[in-house]
Design a protein around this ligand. Structure first.
Ligand code: HEC
Ligand code: HEC
Length: 98
């Protein structure tokens, strides 16, 4: 092989490797779940966990339920059933009447 071809081959191979690395890393974490990267304990009980997120954006029907329903977890009932089990008295913001 001529030197130029070797260089081209090396470049194509490294591009292919980079592409495979991207595809691989996008599949190892659930990219559709925004809180998959947050440790469960932090997300449930942490001072900046899900309660904080909900209280601060106030729109769980927009930010949370759609995806939870799509994943088969359920909307507000899913949140509520865990709160009931844990004895949490949290006011979940309600979608305003339109
Ligand atoms: C794009 C998808 C998606 C969105 C948006 C989303 N969630 Fe989730 N959520 C999931 C999935 C999938 C699970 C179940 C798997 C898991 O435990 O991570 C889950 C589980 C949870 C749990 C239970 C975690 C556990 O370990 O039992 C809580 C609490 C939660 N979500 C809160 C929220 C809140 C609050 C929002 C909005 C601010 C939200 N989620 C938005 C996908 C989503
Ligand atoms: C797996 C259990 C679980 C699920 C599912 C869950 N929660 Fe909670 N939530 C808790 C617990 C436990 C607390 C009490 C906070 C603590 O322990 O520090 C809490 C607290 C809250 C608070 C009060 C926060 C504050 O600072 O007053 C809100 C609001 C809230 N949750 C909203 C939601 C919404 C909305 C969903 C569904 C999208 C949801 N939660 C799903 C367990 C859960």
């Amino acid at each position: 092989m001529k030197p130029k071809r070797i260089v081209r081959t090396v470049i194509s191979l490294s591009l292919l490797a980079a592409l495979m690395a991207i595809i691989y890393s996008s599949q190892t974490s659930d990219s559709s779940n925004p809180h998959a990267a947050i440790p469960r304990e932090t997300w449930i009980h942490g001072p900046k966990g899900h309660g904080y997120a909900v209280v601060n954006n106030q729109q769980p029907w927009k930010q949370c339920y759609e995806c939870h329903e799509k994943k088969g977890l359920g909307g507000e009932a899913y949140c509520q059933s865990c709160h009931d089990q844990s004895g949490v008295k949290a006011a979940i913001p309600q979608r305003p009447a339109q």
